[in-house]
Design a protein around this ligand. Structure first.
Ligand code: HEC
Ligand code: HEC
Length: 315
């Protein structure tokens, strides 16, 4: 009997030591680095691409990178849940020293896909990775970053770098590490297929699922449909006053989701932030006035096909 207890005790002790050793390793080793990926790319900047890039940037990059000089010179991310610590974005203007003016098109492409920089360092959670975005749309973003648009003109602002906490470090080595670099070209969806187009906007281009699934920590950027609580809401984030705001359930459930909303009501909410009962949506749900109605309608059509979830999110 006694030797049994002793043995179990030793096993438990050994397990504890392994866990403690692993935790110490994560804590002291910092963020992981990865094999740099080289890519030769020269994006041709057409007016169409610059315009498309501006639209995607308005929904994505601008919200997280806009500095107090009205350029994309970096900001403190106010809506990041406290558990991730203080997260600061970076200067992505054309400044050659403080911004990304010296990055090649290939380096930007690789970074947007994987979060890996040319020195192998990794931008953790909160810089989204875009493994499903079509090549053409990435080219458009690059064309816009190089354009004469005011927000990307050189700025010499520089924020202190983010000091990653334990959670950020462990996620970078596990669930939220870099998605694999695509082996095949990624094409835009067929514009005649409204469902595929809506899915592309909601999952690949405008990242709606990311905030609207249960938790950033259990989202899958490679297979968004596998994110826990896919579009069922309840993901806690902070508004500008530091209060918790939960993302909404936008599955087609008639009681807890948007199953009873008409297409017009949905467009109004996404575009101008006004709900059917007249109340305004709160930060960090933003208005999307740059998006044409057809795009929001396509998202609506797609959302009608995702599995309804009976998850009640209190406002
Ligand atoms: C949800 C917020 C968010 C969005 C959206 C976002 N970023 Fe970022 N981005 C960040 C954060 C935070 C970092 C800093 C990561 C770090 O500390 O390593 C970052 C880092 C970067 C970097 C690395 C810069 C450097 O000097 O290392 C580039 C380039 C970049 N973002 C470009 C973009 C572009 C282009 C878009 C739009 C397609 C975009 N980001 C959208 C939050 C965001
Ligand atoms: C940065 C996180 C974030 C992103 C990205 C985001 N949302 Fe939201 N969304 C929220 C939050 C938080 C709420 C709840 C706001 C509130 O309760 O006032 C919300 C509310 C909504 C609502 C209102 C639902 C209701 O029942 O009141 C709709 C519709 C919606 N979002 C659609 C979208 C679509 C479509 C996209 C992509 C284009 C999107 N959201 C992207 C965070 C986000």
């Amino acid at each position: 009997m006694k030797t049994w207890i002793k043995r179990i005790g030793l096993v438990v002790l050994a397990l504890l030591l392994i866990v403690a050793g692993f935790a110490a390793f994560i804590q002291f080793s910092g963020l992981p680095t990865f094999e740099p990926i080289h890519m030769d790319l020269q994006v041709e900047a057409t007016p169409e691409r610059i315009a498309k890039g501006a639209k995607i940037a308005a929904v994505q990059c601008m919200n997280c990178h806009m500095g107090n000089d009205n350029k994309l010179s970096g900001m403190v991310m106010e809506d990041v849940p406290k558990e991730f610590g203080v997260i600061r974005s970076k200067n992505i203007t054309q400044d050659k020293e403080k911004g990304i003016g010296n990055w090649t098109d290939g380096e930007i492409y690789v970074f947007l896909r994987t979060g890996i920089r040319k020195d192998g360092s990794f931008a953790p959670v909160y810089m989204p990775k875009y493994p499903l975005l079509a090549d053409e749309d990435i080219y458009s973003i690059i064309a816009w970053l190089r354009s004469d648009a005011p927000p990307v003109q050189p700025s010499s602002r520089e924020l202190a770098p983010t000091v990653p906490n334990f959670l950020v470090k462990i996620l970078s080595r596990t669930a939220l590490g870099p998605p694999p670099f695509p082996e095949e070209p990624i094409l835009l969806p067929d514009t005649n297929d409204i469902l595929a187009t809506g899915r592309y906007y909601a999952l690949a281009a405008y990242d709606c699922y990311n905030c609207h699934s249960a938790d950033f920590k259990t989202n899958s950027s490679l297979e968004p449909e596998k994110s826990v609580g896919f579009f069922g809401g309840g993901n806690p984030m902070l508004n500008l006053e530091g209060e918790t705001v939960f993302s909404a359930n936008i599955t087609p459930d008639p009681t807890y989701g948007i199953g009873s909303w008409t297409e017009e009501e949905f467009v109004k909410a996404v575009k101008y932030g006004t709900r059917p009962d007249g109340t305004q949506l709160r930060y960090p749900m933003l208005t999307h006035t740059v998006l044409p109605d057809e795009e929001i309608q396509a998202i609506y059509t797609y959302l009608k096909t995702v599995p309804p979830l009976q998850n009640e999110v209190k406002r």
